[in-house]
Design a protein around this ligand. Structure first.
Ligand SMILES: O=C(CO)[C@@H](O)[C@H](O)COP(=O)(O)O
Ligand SMILES: [Fe+2]
Length: 222
């Protein structure tokens, strides 16, 4: 079953709690929380305080996507604030194995993200520590960008690798996912679809989650 992960980056922050409740009620599987530091990516967004506040109003799995330099400094804080999955970018970690160990030591699930131009190289060496792999299908930093088609072979390659080595690891895609692109990424092997503007940019976010779920079924052959 494909999981749908609305990204609050495109939500209305003035009514964030209501928007999160709406996607939770319609059965979205994870809540994707984009953390940006203005260094690794040009944008600045959410910190642990917001995660802590949302934890009080939601029981969803919190999927925290750290787009920050030197993520080790903040792993414990995000874990304590209520993150369930903490994903770091391979491009930000000088000691990736240690960083992933640090996440696992908090008792949370660990994810590893790859920018569009980054080959999925080090996977062999850190796979035992991973619960999720995130393939960026846009360059990180902003919502509402166009899906990069060239990522489909990368998704296929990682999906094949996971089937052989560790099938329970989630394969998430993030960026430009909507009703039109969902089928192709699922066919390529993705099983978690992050969607920001396609959900919270829609007039009715609940209907948009349902539509995305429906569209993802085509990739599974029905
Ligand atoms: O991590 C990011 C952007 O860097 C994402 O999670 C965005 O929030 C996706 O937005 P859409 O492309 O779905 O609008
Ligand atoms: Fe993200």
């Amino acid at each position: 079953m494909v999981k749908i992960a609305p990204s609050i980056l495109s939500a209305d922050f003035a009514i964030l709690g209501d928007q999160v409740r709406a996607v939770e009620e319609v059965g979205a599987d994870l809540l994707h929380i984009d953390v940006m530091d203005g260094h690794f990516v040009p944008n600045i967004t959410i910190g642990p305080l917001v995660v802590r506040a949302l934890r009080l109003v939601s029981n969803m799995v919190f999927d925290v996507h750290l787009m920050i330099e030197n993520p080790d400094r903040y792993i414990n804080e995000f874990a304590a604030a209520g993150a369930d999955i903490i994903t770091v970018h391979i491009e930000t970690c000088s000691h990736l194995h240690r960083t992933l160990q640090m996440i696992k030591q908090t008792g949370k699930k660990a994810g590893l993200a790859f920018n569009p131009a980054t080959p999925p190289g080090s996977l062999d060496y850190v796979l035992p520590l991973l619960d999720l792999i995130l393939v960026m299908t846009v360059n990180p930093g902003f919502g509402g960008q166009k899906f990069i088609q060239q990522m489909l072979p990368k998704i296929k390659q990682i999906s094949q690798f996971l089937k052989e080595q560790k099938p329970d690891v989630l394969l998430e895609v993030d960026g430009g996912i909507n009703k039109e692109t969902a089928c192709g990424v699922v066919k390529a092997g993705a099983n978690v679809l992050v969607a920001g503007s396609a959900v919270f940019g829609a007039a009715d976010p609940s209907a948009a989650v349902r539509a995305l779920r429906q569209a993802s079924c085509c990739g599974m052959g029905y």
